[in-house]
Design a protein around this ligand. Structure first.
Ligand SMILES: [Zn+2]
Ligand SMILES: [Zn+2]
Length: 142
């Protein structure tokens, strides 16, 4: 697909302590506009690229990652040195992870454009309006 880079993709946190590899294109990617993600990531909306867990490997600094449970079923894994949010999952036994697309090296595209959407659209900070035609949902999708 045009615009989709060759895998594996590599990424990591700002300070370099944590590095990861993604071996396959994301099967779903969403821009999350919920207030929790806004606080957690310090951005108007983070972008999560979902990959099957076997395709996501923390190659360096796995022991360094800290975890914040923003709910009993959502665990956010981040670098406690520089604060980069690396990925989220619903538990160690979940079959997929939501990797923070912004932490991919060089702004790499995580997967097929057609699988992108906005979620929790009505919770967004309304002073910036994404100008795209992606589907917009007011609940979780993916
Ligand atoms: Zn770091
Ligand atoms: Zn969110």
């Amino acid at each position: 697909m045009p615009g989709t880079p060759d895998h594996p993709l590599h990424g990591g946190c700002l300070c370099g302590a944590v590095r990861f590899r993604i071996d396959a294109p994301a099967f779903h990617t969403h821009h999350c506009h919920c207030s929790i993600c806004r606080k957690c990531q310090g951005a108007l909306f983070p972008t999560f690229a979902f990959v099957n867990r076997p395709d996501f490997t923390v190659t360096q600094g796995a022991d360094h990652l800290a975890t914040y449970d923003s709910s009993p079923s959502l665990h956010r894994h981040f670098c406690p040195t520089c604060g980069s949010h690396i990925y989220a999952d619903s538990g160690a036994d979940s079959d997929h992870v939501g990797s923070s697309a912004g932490t991919l090296d060089g702004g790499a595209h995580p997967g097929p454009e057609g699988e992108f959407c906005h979620i929790f659209w009505e919770s967004r900070a309304t002073w910036y309006e994404p100008d795209d035609t992606l589907p917009r949902f007011n609940e979780y999708a993916g």
